[in-house]
Design a protein around this ligand. Structure first.
Ligand code: SAJ
Length: 437
């Protein structure tokens, strides 16, 4: 199996399957197909499948022309027919790993896709789980499902590994192709073959570790590290406000230290599909070991409190104008969870909007990347343009996402007051009506 797969990799005759055509799976499929491997994207949503097959990218980081050239050449296609798995030599699982309503890991997507793969898994195949999850998932959950469903034996009939995705949506420097990849396989042969496969289409290099659990844990460490440092800086922001110290100036000063310090910035809370969620996967799993991840719990508590804290700051500013939050008109700039992307998942901006509304404010929003968003089944439409009239019509402007294509000079000129939770207006000289988080 090993030599045969290594030969097919070098000949580019491997057929690759990517399960889950989202912000991780589609860029991965494009990289694989771009390296000359016939690639099939698997998804449950017909809309995604038809858009891929017509070369229409719905992922901002996947260039339309690149996708179209691959589909036109027949190098990349998409399907919901999992029987085609039987023709795959390499299968990457890139499905969501959300939390359920009790903030507990929801592995249903991983389990369901593993069952679908097992039904059609053939001998001499590489299977890699890329979805972020707790240590033990690949070996203790995915492996048994694949073996039971296919009758094949891991290590003998198919190779299995975990290799965490490292997608940073909107990042103009790092992408799937040039970011180093960690691979933790079951067995040395699997490690050699799956490493060779990734090296054949990624230029960022492959770092192998001794087991899937190491790879699963390192990914959780990466994102927990970010979560906790963001929690730290958010707490620092709250205490600096109390002490009337400008936290943003403090951070810029700390950044002058060329070693031993990485800058994180306060904000209205934690958004995205990973940083707010991944640490819960670890804190849930370690309860089996009678262990409590106090740092993660504390950081989560701080980060979760930020939307309400920001609304309280807005209320304090309105109070200076003898206005109550209730009945005030608040313009929120930004719905996306971070700058220069259109993704609203777990967006703290939307949580700020919801808290403002709950307290009786009349809220309107403008986001150049997000014309509308759906929250709890309701569609909320944003303002079509950021105009003098719109800014003047609000009692306060709240910046929740620091999109770089917003005219902040206009915001400063025509806003009665601005609460800037992202220091988006750092280049504006006249600070008379601007208050920072
Ligand atoms: N945030 C802050 N302050 C900071 C940094 C981030 O408030 O100093 C907020 C952001 O506004 C956002 C959230 O945290 O709401 C997450 O931000 P993020 O920059 O971690 O962005 P993600 O979640 O889109 O992507 C991250 C990757 N980002 C970076 O490494 C910069 C990386 O952690 C993972 O590769 C990726 O999630 C993933 O998929 O795991």
């Amino acid at each position: 199996m090993k030599d045969q797969l290594l030969k097919k990799i070098s000949e580019r005759s491997i057929t690759a399957g990517v399960v889950g055509m989202g912000y991780v799976g589609l860029p991965l499929a494009v990289e694989i197909a771009g390296a000359g491997f016939r690639t099939v994207g698997f998804d449950l949503l017909e809309d995604k499948i038809s858009r891929i097959n017509s070369g229409d990218s719905y992922i901002a980081d996947v260039d339309q022309s690149t996708l179209r050239s691959l589909t036109d050449k027949g190098m990349l296609s998409a399907t919901s027919d999992f029987s085609l798995i039987s023709g795959m030599d390499f299968i990457a699982i890139c499905v969501p790993t959300p939390l359920d309503t009790h903030q507990q890991p929801d592995l249903s997507y991983i389990e369901h896709s593993s069952i679908q793969i097992a039904e059609f898994l053939k001998k001499d195949t590489m299977v890699v789980l890329e979805s972020t999850t707790f240590p033990g998932t690949t070996s203790d959950i995915v492996r048994p499902i694949l073996e039971k469903g296919s009758g094949l034996v891991c290590g003998k009939d198919f190779y299995l590994a975990f290799s965490p995705e490292r997608v940073d949506p909107g990042n103009k420097h790092y992408n799937t192709g040039n970011t180093p990849k960690v691979v933790g396989a079951i067995g040395k042969d699997a490690e050699e073959v799956i490493k060779a496969m990734y090296e054949s289409f990624l230029e960022g290099g492959v770092h192998t570790v001794s087991s899937p659990a190491i790879a699963e844990m390192e990914k959780i460490l990466e994102n927990t590290y970010r979560n906790i440092n963001i929690g730290l800086i958010n707490e620092m922001a709250m205490l600096c406000d109390r002490m009337k110290i400008n936290i943003w100036e403090v951070i810029e000063a700390a950044r002058t230290k060329p070693y031993g310090f990485q800058a994180f910035y306060p904000g209205p809370g934690l958004g995205g599909h990973c940083i707010p969620l991944d640490p819960y996967y670890l804190s849930w799993k370690v309860r089996e070991y009678a262990f409590h991840t106090s740092m993660i719990e504390t950081s989560m508590m701080i980060n979760d409190r930020m939307p309400e804290y920001c609304v309280q700051r807005v209320a304090n500013i309105l109070n200076e104008f003898s206005k109550s939050l209730k009945g005030s008109r608040v313009l929120v700039l930004g719905a996306a969870y971070k700058a220069d992307i259109d993704d609203c998942r777990e967006s703290p901006a939307i949580r700020v909007i919801n808290v403002l509304r709950k307290k009786g404010a009349e809220v309107i929003f403008f986001d150049p990347y997000v014309p509308e968003y759906i929250d709890n089944g309701t569609t909320y439409k944003g303002e079509k343009a950021l105009t003098e009239e719109l800014l003047r019509s609000a009692d306060i402007t709240v910046i929740t996402t620091a999109h770089s294509n917003v005219d902040y000079a206009l915001v400063q000129k025509y806003s009665k007051a601005v609460f800037d939770t992202r220091n988006a207006m750092k280049d504006i000289k006249d600070r008379s009506n601007i208050e920072l988080l």
